[in-house]
Design a protein around this ligand. Structure first.
Ligand code: SF4
Length: 91
């Protein structure tokens, strides 16, 4: 899975969740996207949820703004892969 295809799919899943939370306030929506709640209520949102594994080691991880360019998944799953350094344009 390339980053761009993951980004597209992830955005669509995010919109589907938002569409069903229209009755909540902004603060309640943000609270809904807390990692622990999302693992329970939206297990298909992120492949890391099934192992209850956070992408960042932080106590209060919120998945609302997830689209971190640090994530790169290989084609066999969701293993993080290293970005190759870009080559500067020829002059
Ligand atoms: S913030 Fe991390 S745990 Fe949450 S959806 Fe994004 S990658 Fe998954």
């Amino acid at each position: 899975m390339s980053y761009s295809s993951w980004f597209q799919t992830h955005g669509e899943k995010h919109k589907a969740i938002m569409d069903k939370l229209t009755h909540l306030s902004d603060d309640e929506v943000i609270a809904y996207f807390r990692f622990e709640n999302m693992v329970e209520k939206e297990p298909d949102f992120c492949p890391l949820y099934k192992d209850h594994k956070k992408c960042h080691d932080m106590k209060e991880l919120n998945c609302y703004l997830c689209a971190c360019p640090n994530f790169r998944f290989d084609d066999e799953g969701f293993k993080k892969v290293e970005e190759k350094p870009s080559t500067p344009p020829a002059t």
